[in-house]
Ligand binder design. Structure first.
Ligand SMILES: Cc1cc2nc3c(=O)[nH]c(=O)nc-3n(C[C@H](O)[C@H](O)[C@H](O)COP(=O)(O)OP(=O)(O)OC[C@H]3O[C@@H](n4cnc5c(N)ncnc54)[C@H](O)[C@@H]3O)c2cc1C
Length: 513
């Protein structure tokens, strides 16, 4: 097999338009000249060398293509290094489990689970690429129990070009590396894709055992029954659930849908090992939690399909809680949704929502922007994921993910179809966010929060609009907090010529943008 195949825009190849766009239909690389399909790790380094020699800093890396912003596909993109063809999963006696960077959450899960009974505590949407997901700190429904993907990461193969006069080369950096290589490895543990080089393979000396079964609970509350007071109480109870130490095998997705959707929805996954006693205990714990919530506000079985992580539909059953085999549970929750236009924003929270924020979100989730209809807002929501658990037992500087004391992670989302509706959706979501963080500079800036609640943003839920509010350095500070300086050092060591760049890439110095 060729190490890589290069296709140029002039080739008569039917795939060209599909190579110019990823999952978010807002982004398109209209000036793309070349795609490098990489079939081996050596191919990645060779492709990178060829691409940089021809296109300089206009070379982008594509894993699964699920970047929320235009970091891969934009007007300046001349070449794309596509690691998609790299899809091996296996076990190496010396380096442990390995996952090629071109795989997806689903392809990795299938092999790790089937052949080894292991899992990566990654996201649930099947089509998300490991390329950007893991190095950005990927998390999912097992993360309260097992931590972040990067907490298990022990090595990577990465193609780098630190010296413009030398060809790009592959390096293996790991937990055992020292000096500059140790720094490079550290940066792959949450410092994000598109910053330092092209990862071809991830290694994990060990991985968590897969659960045997999982309970999935789905309930909803009608918007017609909601008030600021009972929503505040529901969210308080949820924050309490997220902060408890004895339920880390449970993960919640609380979808505060726009009122146009008619209802807000809670999905809970309870991962189980095999004993019947454990199952009974857990079922009781789930029921006790639901009873507490139902006392606050009457619930119902969801009337609408539940929106998954990013627009996917989970079809609820007629019973609130269903006992699944673990494989079935992953299948049930693994939708990615349709390719649409989308905009996302994020925030970490260390405590429950203050009343004032609940009043704000209650109001914002009922706004129909000018030019849009209620139907247009049905897919707009604030998703509140439970977080914490074992994630918070890792020191803030052990990996590039600094947020190690949050109990909830928020994702603001809105989806739509037509370009003409871009301004209205963007204005709504940006305004919603600014209103939520009015007291902390319109962003979740922990330095401006005397209550020690908000704790910045998540790089994998990238949001270019932060640059407009607090500048690029300010945005990077929100993502990486006190780890930002070390990432800048790594950038200088491994990509001083800034070949790997985007509107929110790690710069070679702070304060110059
Ligand atoms: C439907 C959906 C569901 C999601 N669910 C979750 C979730 O449950 N949990 C979670 O943590 N996140 C989730 N995310 C966010 C996701 O983790 C990020 O969008 C991630 O960056 C996507 O990686 P990718 O390889 O698919 O994307 P790409 O667009 O290919 O890449 C994203 C970034 O990483 C860079 N990159 C890609 N591959 C490599 C590589 N091999 N080497 C170096 N840099 C690379 C790209 O240049 C780009 O800057 C979700 C996103 C979507 C769209």
């Amino acid at each position: 097999m060729e190490p890589y195949v290069k296709i140029t825009a002039n080739d008569d190849v039917t795939q060209i338009p599909s190579f110019q766009q990823g999952f978010n239909r807002r982004w398109f690389a209209e000036n793309l000249q070349a795609i490098y399909l990489c079939y081996t790790g050596e191919g990645v380094a060779a492709a990178l060398e060829d691409a940089i020699s021809l296109y300089g800093r206009n070379v982008k890396i594509k894993g699964g293509g699920h970047c929320y912003e235009d970091f891969v596909y934009n007007a300046s993109t001349m070449a794309v290094i596509d690691v998609g063809p790299l899809g091996e999963v296996g076990y190496d006696e010396e380096k442990g489990y390995y996952l090629d960077a071109g795989g997806t959450n689903w392809s990795a899960f299938k092999v790790l689970f089937r052949d080894y009974g292991k899992v990566l505590p990654a996201g649930s949407c099947y089509s998300v690429g490991l390329g950007g997901h893991i190095c950005g700190g990927g998390y999912g429904l097992l993360s309260r129990l097992n931590g972040l993907t990067v907490d298990w990461l022990t090595g990577v193969d990465i193609a780098v070009k630190p010296d413009a006069t030398q060809p790009a080369k592959n390096v293996y950096v790991s937990m055992d590396s020292v000096g500059a290589e140790e720094n490079l490895f550290w940066a792959q543990r949450g410092g994000g894709g598109g910053n330092f080089g092209v990862i071809s393979r991830y290694y994990f000396k060990t991985l968590p055992d897969a659960p045997q079964r999982a309970l999935i609970t789905t309930v909803s509350w009608s918007w017609s029954d909601l008030t600021v007071d009972n929503l505040f109480a529901l969210l308080n109870a949820y924050a309490d659930f997220a902060s408890q130490p004895d339920n880390w095998n449970q993960f919640g997705l609380f979808k505060l849908n726009h009122s146009a959707n008619g209802e807000i929805q809670l999905v809970l996954q309870t991962a189980l090992q095999n004993t019947l006693t454990e199952r009974d205990l857990r079922e009781k714990a789930v029921q006790d939690f639901l009873d507490d919530l139902f006392k606050i506000c009457p619930h119902r079985i969801p009337q609408n399909p539940i929106l998954g992580f990013a627009g996917a539909h989970i079809h609820p059953s007629s019973a609130p809680t269903v006992d699944y085999t673990f494989y079935e549970a992953v299948q049930t929750l693994n939708g990615s949704g349709a390719n649409q236009r989308g905009k996302y924003k994020s925030a970490y929270m260390r405590k429950a929502f203050p009343y004032k924020q609940v009043a704000t979100l209650f109001e914002q989730l009922q706004i129909i922007p000018d030019g849009l209809t209620a139907d247009d807002m049905k897919q707009s929501l604030l998703q509140v994921d439970s977080y914490g658990g074992i994630i918070n037992q890792v020191p803030s500087d052990a990996t590039a993910i600094a947020q190690r004391s949050s109990i909830m992670k928020l994702q603001y989302q809105t989806y739509w179809t037509f370009e003409e509706n871009d301004p209205a959706h963007l204005e709504w979501i940006n305004g919603f966010y600014a209103a939520m963080y009015a007291d902390t500079g319109h962003v979740p800036n922990p330095d401006l929060d005397p209550t020690d609640n908000v704790d910045g943003c998540y790089y994998n839920y990238c949001d270019s609009h932060l640059n407009d509010v607090v500048g690029r350095d300010g945005a990077l500070r929100l993502y990486f907090l006190t780890n930002l300086e070390r990432l800048v050092d790594v950038k200088n060591q491994w990509d001083p010529n800034n070949y790997f760049n985007s509107r929110q890439s790690i710069p070679t110095s702070l304060g110059d943008c």
